[in-house]
Each structure stands twice: as structure tokens, then as C-alpha cells.
Ligand binder design. Structure first.
Ligand code: NAD
Length: 376
């Protein structure tokens, strides 16, 4: 059995990593820079601050700032039209997973003809895209280090997952200072998303010797830093730990896989517009409870990595992990699904069968330690 491993060419991390943008653009010989971001991040002035030294150095700069959370096909097409107008030769994503995912799709659509939905699945994009530099502002998705983009098809209400080495950012500048402004709710949602990446990458049927240490490092960092980052937003050590956890988690799952939590999370996002991190956070404890019997040793190792147990049996370690995940959701104020705004019980029940079908069709649940039936 052989395994493929992908990662960005260059990752620069730590306080001030964002200031390396100009030197990295020079290294790849880029002259016409196309920033992709969302309206909130654009409103903070961050992109203008990043763009100023580039302009002073004689580079041309354009900004596309219309990315919405859970970016849509239309977002990508609008961004692509702007990019072509400016004849950009590099894309720079600044923001959370939504901005980075939109930027990935824009960068590859510049050099590929077919509509996006034809690339759903694994390694179907024929041509390399424009070079992409990712600068994350959330510590969550790890998209800065994954070969994945998730784009919503609003006509079919489906979150399309596209995986291809051509989607891997060329360079990631992981600067935890950009995450200090995250409010508590966002910190909680994206933080549990990161933990989900580590756990799913480690228990996946595609886990391997290169993804395992990345997944366990991610899990360990989350257990050390998430609750502190939530309680003390300006705690730099905790923010740095979570930024690294997110990046490691991204690298882990992109070279292993995600599993049932992500498979079930996508239809919830597509149908009810639940934020990705929130739906993952809601699902993680219950899906873990369902999945533990399929990989008891692996879940026990996770519990030990999180410092929940030392010498106890595997069964006791798994029980400690389940209790920890429940308690953490309570501490971080993650609501239950039935308490989320915008979920009507009747509509939910009506859509349940379609959501189960969509979840299983996405491929991710097939990597789970236990593969569920649609009824389960
Ligand atoms: P996001 O990018 O959707 O951002 C959520 C909100 O947080 C936005 O309003 C944004 O403006 C705001 N925000 C971002 N940074 C902030 C900061 N520093 N301070 C204050 N507010 C800030 O959120 P996300 O969770 O990072 O990304 C979710 C998206 O990523 C989903 O579409 C999901 O499907 C996708 N995703 C992609 C991958 C991948 O590997 N490509 C992995 C997991 C999830």
C-alpha cells in the first residue's frame, strides 16, 4: 500500500509572518497581485495594510472582497471575472476558510475550462492554477495547508467537495496575531473544527504513518490551548498553539481524510446555513460515541494524547474522551442541534432522508471506523 503526501511548498509561521508577503511574492516572481477576502476582513483594513508595501515596491494590486461564508459558485465566478480583468499572476487569500477556499477555486478556474462541479471528487483538475498564498485569520479549517476546496452549489443546495493537489496553496503565512480578534463564539466553533480534523484524520481508514504524527500533534495542541484561547482571547501563547493546531490538522486530514462528522456536517450547512465549525462541533461528541467501537485503540490513544488518562484501559480511556467532548461543548457553549436558530423541526424531518443520502454520497463517511447505514 502506498500513500500520497501533499503540503505547501513553504509555510512561514509565528508572530509577524504576514510581513513576509512581499519577500515571498518576489521569490515566486509575481507582479500583479489579486487579493481575495470577505467584506468583514476587508472592513478591518487588514488587506490595505498588507497591500501598501506591495504598491510601494511597484507591484499592481487588486482586491476582491465579496466572499461570503460558505462561498458559492457565483462568488467564484465573480472573483474569476475580476481576476481576469486585472490580468493577475498570483492570488493572495486573506481570511478564514471561506476566503481561502474561494481563492483556491478562483486560482484553478483561471487555467481550467470546465465548470466547477465537474471537478467534484479526487484529482480531476487537469491544469495547475495560478500560484496561491494563503494568510488565515481563523484558527480552524487549516485550508492554508489542504488540497481541498468546499464550494456551495446554491441551485442544488449541496456543498461540493473538490480535492486535488492543484488546490494546495503554494505558500502559507500562518500569523497567529491575525486570530487575536476572533470573538469567543468563532474561537469555539473553529477550534472544535480543528479538533475534529485531528481526530478524524487519526481514526480514518486512510490514516498513515505521515498523517498520524500531524494528527496527534494537532489534538495535543488543541487540548492544551483551546479552552485558554476561548477564556482569554488575547493570550498569545494559546492563539499561537491554536493557529499551529489548525495548520497541522489541515495537513493531517488532507493526507488522510475526514470522516462521518464532516460528511454529516456538509448537508446541515447546505440546507440550514449552519456555520461549518458549529455543525462539526455539535456532531463531534455524538459521532464519536457511534464510532468508538470501530477503533477503540485509536480513540484511546487520542484520550491519552489529550492528557485525559494515563494508565487506564482502552475502554476507560474512550469513556474519558467521550465525557471530555461533552464537557468541552458545554464549556464552550456549543448549542444542541435542536436549539440552533433557523432549524425548523418539520423542515428538518422532511429533509432528513436527503441529508443522509447527501452525507453518504460525499465519500467522507466511508472512511469512518464504522460506516453507517442511511437509517443510522
Ligand atoms: P469563515 O471563513 O466562513 O469566517 C466566518 C466569519 O468569521 C466571517 O464573517 C469572517 O469575516 C469572520 N472572521 C474571520 N477571521 C476573523 C478574525 N480574525 N476576527 C474576527 N472575525 C473573523 O470561517 P471558517 O470557519 O474559517 O471557514 C469555514 C469554511 O471553510 C466553510 O465553508 C467550510 O466548508 C470550509 N472548510 C474548508 C476546509 C478546507 O480544507 N478547504 C476545511 C474545513 C472547512
Amino acid at each position: 500500500m502506498s500513500y500520497l503526501f501533499n503540503a505547501p511548498q513553504t509555510i512561514i509561521h509565528g508572530a509577524g509572518a504576514r510581513h513576509e508577503l512581499l519577500s515571498q511574492l518576489a521569490r515566486i516572481g509575481a507582479r500583479r497581485v489579486f487579493f481575495v477576502t470577505d467584506p468583514f476582513i476587508n472592513g478591518t483594513g487588514l488587506v490595505q495594510t498588507l497591500a501598501e508595501p506591495l504598491r510601494q515596491a511597484g507591484l499592481a494590486v487588486a482586491v476582491f472582497s465579496a466572499v461570503q461564508p460558505d462561498p458559492t459558485v457565483q462568488n467564484v465566478l465573480d472573483g474569476l471575472a475580476e481576476l481576469n480583468k486585472y490580468e493577475a499572476d498570483v492570488v493572495v487569500a486573506v481570511g478564514g476558510g471561506s476566503s481561502i477556499d474561494a481563492a483556491k477555486a478562483i486560482a484553478v478556474m483561471q487555467t481550467n475550462e470546465a465548470p466547477l462541479h465537474q471537478y467534484i471528487g479526487y484529482h480531476k483538475i487537469p491544469n495547475e492554477g495560478l500560484p496561491l498564498i494563503a494568510i488565515p485569520t481563523t484558527a480552524g479549517t487549516g485550508s492554508e495547508a489542504t488540497k481541498v476546496t468546499v464550494i456551495t452549489d446554491t441551485e442544488r443546495n449541496v456543498k461540493m467537495m473538490i480535492l486535488d493537489a492543484h488546490l494546495m496553496p503554494t505558500i502559507a503565512l500562518v500569523d497567529y496575531e491575525l486570530t487575536l480578534s476572533m470573538p469567543q463564539t468563532l474561537t469555539a466553533h473553529v477550534g472544535v473544527d480543528t479538533l475534529t480534523h485531528g481526530i478524524e484524520a487519526y481514526v480514518s481508514q486512510k490514516a498513515n504513518l505521515l498523517s498520524d504524527p500531524l494528527a496527534l500533534s494537532c489534538i495535543n495542541l488543541v487540548s492544551m490551548h483551546l479552552q485558554t484561547a476561548w477564556q482569554e482571547p488575547m493570550n498569545r501563547k494559546a492563539r499561537e498553539g491554536m493557529a499551529m493546531a489548525a495548520c497541522l490538522g489541515g495537513m493531517a486530514f488532507t493526507n488522510s481524510s475526514v470522516c462521518l462528522v464532516h460528511g454529516m456536517s456538509r448537508p446541515l450547512g447546505a440546507q440550514f446555513h449552519l456555520a461549518h465549525g458549529l455543525s462539526n462541533a455539535i456532531l463531534l461528541p455524538v459521532v464519536t460515541r457511534f464510532s468508538v467501537p470501530g477503533a477503540i485503540e485509536r480513540y484511546a490513544t487520542i484520550a491519552r494524547t489529550m492528557g485525559q488518562v494515563v494508565n487506564e484501559s482502552d475502554e476507560a480511556a474512550c469513556n474519558a474522551l467521550l465525557a471530555y467532548l461533552d464537557q468541552q461543548n458545554q464549556l464552550l457553549k456549543i448549542p444542541r442541534l435542536r436549539d440552533c436558530k433557523g432549524i425548523d423541526q418539520l423542515v428538518f424531518e422532511h429533509l432528513l432522508e436527503k441529508m443522509a443520502t447527501d452525507a453518504l454520497a460525499s465519500g467522507s463517511p466511508q472512511n469512518n471506523p464504522i460506516v453507517p447505514t442511511p437509517n443510522e
